[in-house]
Design a protein around this ligand. Structure first.
Ligand code: DP6
Length: 356
């Protein structure tokens, strides 16, 4: 296509939310955004929770910009800048190889992004956000880099974002190199490997979280005496056990590890000075409800996990939908602060489930 100074090039990409079952919490380098421990997540269905981003660039644009759900967002910070720089360098290498390509690497970028879920309420919005950001620019630049290679870039935007470049079950291996280049995400298994697994999201609060993940984890690393044991001993063992549970589709072990790791993460938050509280009374009611559901079933049929906010994510296998969702709804119906909104990922609700 012949280009003029007013030509606008664009590409649109979506990225799903992922919810960690082995949590990332702590950085070895804030500059490279590398983690103190590896982590593992399940990517949710794109149909339910996702960010959609259109990246455009033009010789006519005067500055880089990002609009999220209609509001302007600052892109002058080190994280967005690191992603821009890495992606432009890859595009520049392509242009150097093929001088007939338009010089998109020299143009300013505009990103228009939309989330269909609460932003910054512990629903991993930065994960889907930076993953869609990187994917959309990579598509605009027609880059051929693999999702793992793009995950290295998305990681620099927000750690958990590197896992949202894949569907299914995804590990972020912390890496051992000083330059952070081996701190990337890999897929452990595609969604089709265990397609009966479901996640119900209980939106307890869609308010913006009090302590951001970034500042919370830095405070934990600096002050928690429980933290070194978690990062160097507890999580490495859990990563291996979790990979095995996923490969074997062993829900009971998956559930046990998921709940243990959520509790361990919130324990190091409480052990931080000053303490960080992400869970609230309604979150704790969800924990008790899941414990009761599992007790009645005589085995683990449900697993809770909480990120940096009060909202609960409950994993279960499709075959146990009724014995998990029914009692969960009953148990929570009269609890103040309980969600008026349930989101069920990858699942069709039982008839009448969402009715009062
Ligand atoms: C509790 O990825 O938001 O959700 O790298 O500073 O942007 P930054 O942190 P972020 O932290 C996510 C923390 C978590 C656990 C997880 O997703 O693994």
């Amino acid at each position: 296509m012949a280009s003029s100074s007013s030509t606008i090039y664009h590409a649109t990409a979506t990225a799903p939310v992922n919810i960690a079952v082995i949590k990332y919490w702590g950085k070895t380098s804030t500059k490279l955004n590398t983690p103190t421990n590896s982590s593992l997540s399940v990517t949710l269905s794109q149909d339910d929770l996702r960010t959609i981003t259109t990246a455009s660039c033009s010789a006519a644009f005067k500055s880089d910009g990002l609009w999220l759900n209609g509001d302007t967002h600052d892109v002058s910070g080190a994280r967005s800048q690191a992603c821009f720089a890495e992606l432009r360098a890859l595009r520049k290498a392509k242009e150097d190889n093929d001088p007939s390509l338009p010089p998109l690497s020299t143009y300013k970028l505009h990103l228009i992004s939309e989330n269909n879920f609460p932003t910054a309420a512990g629903l991993a919005s930065s994960a889907a956000g930076f993953a869609a950001f990187v994917r959309a620019i990579a598509d605009l630049y027609e880059l051929n880099e693999s999702p793992t290679e793009l995950s290295r870039i998305a990681r620099q935007g927000s750690g958990s974002a590197c896992r949202s470049l894949f569907g299914g079950f995804v590990a972020w291996e912390k890496g051992i190199r000083d330059d952070g280049n081996d701190s990337v995400a890999i897929q452990i298994a595609p969604e089709s490997h265990w397609s009966t697994i479901r996640a119900a999201i209980l939106v307890i609060s869609d308010a913006k979280k009090g302590v951001s993940s970034t500042s919370g984890m830095q405070a934990t690393v600096a002050t928690s005496t429980l933290f070194p044991n978690r990062a160097s001993i507890v999580v490495p063992a859990r990563m291996e056990a979790m990979k095995k549970a996923i490969i074997e589709r062993d829900f009971e072990t998956f559930a046990e590890l998921t709940m243990a790791d959520s509790n361990s993460f919130h324990a190091v938050c409480l052990d931080t000075v000053p303490p960080i509280f992400y869970m609230n009374d309604a979150s704790r009611a969800a924990v008790r409800a899941v414990e009761e559901i599992n007790r009645c079933a005589g085995k683990k049929v449900a697993a809770y996990t909480f990120d940096a906010g009060p909202n609960a994510v409950i994993y279960y296998d499709e075959e146990n939908q009724d014995i998990v969702l029914g009692p969960l709804k009953k148990a929570t119906a009269n609890t103040p602060g309980w969600p008026d909104k349930y989101s069920h990922i990858n699942t069709t609700l039982p008839e009448g489930f969402n009715e009062a």
